[in-house]
Design a protein around this ligand. Structure first.
Ligand code: F6P
Length: 544
């Protein structure tokens, strides 16, 4: 199946943006602010409780107008509508893209292949809630009659990053007498460390895998089963009390030995990296409880509705997505730094890496031709203020342009003396320093010797967004995640790529399967790799 598209470079807004870039690319933020005393208030947007200050970007009103025009010419409106209608916009896998259905309220209708998918979403949510209540209250007993004190989620990629991030982000709301751990890596150390101080009779495993065939997850799940049975006297019946599955693949779940009554279902129209609000979020629900989980879904839904209905010029995800396109394609920015000034969001950048880079790390457009521009940038980051003492030097004075997203909150969940004011002072100070820098004149005026002046000058003109919300709640977390999900969607639409497949991870998987056999072969295997790979395999076999 192919789709006819106007190539990006031929869209009139793109051509206009190219000309406009030539005019403004050297313009300093200092000048833009000096010329417009209202800029800091004008270039802001607040919707569904999320405030975005985008004034410290290298844009003018004209830039915004052209970017919005680009979104229109790229068919963003039609594509948003197609997604929400349940059309199969993931063309390479012939699938609908309906993470928005996971947070659709009861009574809304979204039809896929002639069937309304919303009721099934709520059936699973109710089943998750009933299970979560039983585990949290202690009514769910392990094989020996003890209550569950430890929950271990086994999954990788979207079946891990979302659950870990959400658990960390919402720890404040979590039930503290249950320990939550997350095992993802096929490196046995991950599993060994997760269980080393736990008792099998108090430990529940959630095996989370959309496909239930992922090498890492199935290897860890089998080790968990062995560990569990060893600790429970080897009775196979114990599995039913200590293992539940979260998957779209009932056949494989049954094959593994988990009763499908203990399976929480989701659907092929939920991409792995868009699944943390599906049953994949069971660990989140166990930690924070069903009501908080539903509040998170409501937050997602509020942002979904904003994205679906707001005009592009006042649409948070659209603006965020367009600004990224602006820097990626016109300023040659390679990366975006996401800098949450909230310790609970420490895994948010790692979560966003899969969301953004697995989605938009593509070099072929929907019609199968090679893209003519750069696509998905590298997302990375660390919480503030830690990052300031690590990599911010490069952002301030290095040779690369790194657009930054600062995320902060008016209130902290852990008031402690002046800590929160200090934290937030750093958000505002960093964004200010990046934008306006410090001139040679200013440095000299401080009495700096001439030879030292160039080292102490900050050029400024480094762009950033500042995203603020009241305080971190499940609802706000849902809004923030949906904000980035839809920003990714916006970027993918401009670039005309399929943001919902991930063929690029396949080749390595296939080669690894072949090499596992070669590493474990009892006899010298015949190796048909390149000389480097062959040599590495031989060396490993000899020394292992
Ligand atoms: O990395 C590839 C990938 O398919 C991701 O898209 C996905 O989130 C992850 O593997 C895990 O897949 P599964 O949930 O099927 O185990």
């Amino acid at each position: 199946m192919t789709t006819k598209l106007t190539p990006l470079g031929e869209r009139s807004a793109w051509k206009a943006l190219s000309a406009h870039y030539q005019e403004i690319h050297d313009t300093q933020l200092r000048k833009l602010f000096a010329d417009d005393p209202a800029r800091g208030e004008r270039f802001t947007l607040e919707a569904v409780g999320i405030f975005l200050d985008y004034s410290k970007n290298r844009i003018t009103d004209e830039t915004l107008k052209l970017l919005v025009q680009l979104a229109e010419e790229s068919g963003l409106r039609a594509r948003i509508d197609a997604m929400f209608r349940g059309e199969k916009i993931n063309i390479t896998e012939n699938r609908a893209v309906l993470h928005v259905a996971l947070r659709a309220p009861k009574g809304e209708k979204i039809i896929v292949d002639g069937e309304d998918v919303v009721p099934a979403v709520h059936v699973v949510l109710d089943k998750m809630a009933a299970f979560a209540e039983r585990v949290r209250s202690g009514a769910w007993k392990g094989h020996t009659g003890k209550r569950i004190k430890n929950v271990i989620n086994i999954g990788i990629g979207g079946s891990d990053l979302g659950p870990v991030m959400a658990y960390e982000a919402l720890k404040h709301y979590s039930q503290r007498d249950i320990t939550f751990r997350f095992v993802s890596n096929v490196d046995g150390t991950d599993f060994a460390e997760a269980v080393q101080d736990l008792n099998a009779d108090e430990t529940l495993f959630l095996v989370a895998s959309k496909t239930f065939t992922t090498l890492e997850t199935m290897t860890n799940a089998h080790s968990a089963r062995d560990w569990s049975l060893a600790g429970l006297g080897g009775d196979e019946k114990a599995v039913a009390k200590h293992f539940v599955a979260i998957s779209t693949n009932a056949k494989e779940v049954a094959k593994f030995g988990i009763d499908t009554a203990n399976m929480f279902e989701f659907w092929d129209w939920v991409g792995g990296r868009y699944s943390m609000d599906s049953a994949i979020g069971l660990s989140t629900m166990l930690a924070i409880g069903p009501d908080n989980f539903r509040a998170m879904l409501d937050g997602f839904h509020q942002m979904d509705e904003h994205f679906r209905t707001a005009p592009f010029a006042s649409n948070l995800p659209v603006l965020l997505g367009l600004l990224t396109v602006w820097y990626t394609d016109f300023f040659d920015a390679q990366t975006v730094a996401v800098l949450p000034y909230e310790q609970y969001l420490k895994r948010f950048p790692a979560y966003l890496q899969q969301l953004t880079m697995e989605s938009n790390g593509k070099h072929v457009t929907l019609d199968g031709t090679h893209v003519a521009t750069e696509t998905g940038p590298i997302y990375w980051g660390e919480p503030g203020t830690n990052g300031q003492h690590s990599f911010y030097q490069l952002i301030h004075q290095g040779t690369r342009l790194i657009p930054c997203d600062f995320i902060g909150f008016y209130k902290t969940l852990n008031p402690l003396g002046q800590h929160h004011d200090m934290l937030m002072a750093n958000v505002f100070a960093q964004a200010e320093a990046l934008a306006f820098g410090k001139t040679a004149e200013q440095v000299k005026a401080e009495g700096t010797p001439d030879w030292l002046v160039p080292h102490r000058v900050f050029e400024g003109n480094r762009p950033s967004n500042t995203i603020l919300a009241d305080h971190l709640t499940p609802e706000v977390l849902g809004k923030l995640i949906a904000l980035y999900e839809h920003a990714v969607f916006t970027q993918g639409t401009i670039w005309s790529i399929d943001s919902f497949d991930q063929w690029g991870v396949e080749l390595g998987k296939v080669l690894a399967q072949k090499i596992i056999g070669e590493l474990e072969s009892k006899t010298e295997p015949e190796l048909s790799h390149d000389t480097s790979t062959t040599n590495l395999i031989r060396r490993y076999r000899k020394n292992k």
